[in-house]
Design a protein around this ligand. Structure first.
Ligand SMILES: Nc1ncnc2c1ncn2[C@@H]1O[C@H](COP(=O)(O)OP(=O)(O)O)[C@@H](O)[C@H]1O
Ligand SMILES: [Mg+2]
Length: 376
């Protein structure tokens, strides 16, 4: 390949990447790539100023630079013009996650199906909407026993997707003031739509323990039904306009049976987050003992076998408690500046003996039954 056709191919590649990033709303990256494409074109022109294509390349290079400047300007505008958005963002300020959570998909052990489903329905569509002409699901429900990674998955989405992350829980949205919670719900969706439409950035609304807010309970203090209805109305707004919004609602629950069918209907993807199987439990022991000193006799396979019914967070606790045994000994011996002895198999087994698994077979059956009826 001659050096020029190589450079031409390179410019084309940068341009292509720039377009993809621009479409996905990654304006800063897109601007950088436009500049790179321009740089390469200018290099070609400098090498052969008399070539008949040179004026065209020069013009193209200038137009890419202009584009890059526009994109940079655009992304600088943090607070957009409309005052509606201003007001809304004040009302829901405490819901918007300002710092990216420090969790990525690799930190989540097992749950391969759940992770893949999230990739397919959120991560890929935000990165390459052009590959999803039929659209993508807007509502995703994660359900399963406590302590198995639902909240963690939500945090990892925030980490993987370059967008705005809104975290909603009963604690931050329900209010003792009548009507306040509904107002917050509608402000939140208005804000999400405007970020998505005007700034082309994905918005992820994560509703943790959604049964607290949206479940149907016999004893209701008042206002719950109105919040629920407001929510459903907003979800419909996202679903039927036929517009390619980048607003996703992810809801997580330990009690999916508390949700009513109207709510479920709006969540096209329903993903079971199961307790860890033997293989995942083994990997969890390996994961959580990283950085700890272990005695030679520790056998993760056996530990995995003995922890049927333990949730991922149970296993993390077992490791912490076993470690604590060795630390406690150190303090009891008065060697507060020494190093604890390695953790032995005996330490782990002692902790496991004392600690009951948090997921009973009956509870598991409830989830599995629900899963076979309502899962997707
Ligand atoms: N799949 C997993 N891999 C690694 N750690 C996990 C996993 N699931 C849960 N944990 C640990 O347990 C804690 C609680 O998990 P969480 O995601 O809040 O559970 P859930 O929301 O399903 O009740 C997490 O902060 C993490 O330390
Ligand atoms: Mg949780």
């Amino acid at each position: 390949m001659s050096s020029h056709s190589y450079l031409e191919a390179l410019a084309k590649r940068y341009l292509n990447e720039a377009l993809i990033n621009e479409k996905a709303g990654n304006y800063i990256d897109a601007a950088k790539l436009y500049r790179k494409a321009a740089e390469v074109l200018k290099l070609i022109v400098a090498h052969r100023p008399d070539d008949p294509l040179s004026p065209t390349y020069r013009e193209l290079a200038e137009s890419y630079e202009k584009k890059a400047r526009e994109l940079e300007e655009n992304s600088k505008v943090k607070v957009p013009s409309s005052s509606v958005e201003d007001e809304d963002s004040k009302l829901i300020e405490d819901l918007i996650v300002k710092e990216k959570p420090d969790v990525c998909f690799e930190d989540i052990i097992g749950l391969e199906e759940a992770k893949q489903a999230i990739m397919d329905s959120i991560v890929y569509p935000t990165k390459r909407p052009d590959l999803f002409p039929l659209g993508w699901p807007r509502g995703i429900l994660l359900y399963g026993p406590p302590g198995c990674g639902k909240t963690l998955l939500g945090a990892a989405v925030a980490h993987e997707v370059d967008g705005v992350f809104i975290y909603v829980s009963a604690a931050n949205i329900m209010s003792k003031w009548l009507g306040e919670a509904e107002k917050k719900v509608s402000a939140m969706f208005r804000y999400a739509r405007s970020i998505s439409n005007e700034r082309k950035r994905p918005v992820i609304v994560f509703i943790d323990e959604c049964d607290d807010i949206l479940g149907v309970y016999e004893q209701e203090i008042g206002g719950e039904a109105r919040v629920r209805n407001q929510f459903l109305k907003e979800m419909d707004g996202l679903l039927d306009k036929g517009r390619r919004h980048f607003v996703y609602v992810i809801a997580a629950t330990n009690k999916p049976w508390k949700l009513d069918i109207g709510f479920l209907r709006r969540f096209q993807r329903r993903i079971y987050v199961p307790p860890p199987n033997k293989e995942a439990r083994k990997a969890l022991f390996e994961h959580y003992t990283k950085g700890l000193k272990l005695s030679e006799d520790v056998d993760f396979g056996t530990l995995a076998e003995k922890t049927e019914g333990y949730s991922a967070s149970d296993i993390r606790d077992v490791v912490m408690e076993a470690h604590l045994i060795t630390v406690r000994e150190l303090f009891q011996r008065g060697e507060i500046y020494g190093q604890p002895r390695p953790i032995t198999m005996g330490d782990f087994l002692e902790v496991i003996k004392r600690r009951k698994p948090s997921i009973s077979p009956q509870l598991l059956r409830l989830y599995e039954e629900w899963h076979s009826r309502f899962g997707t």
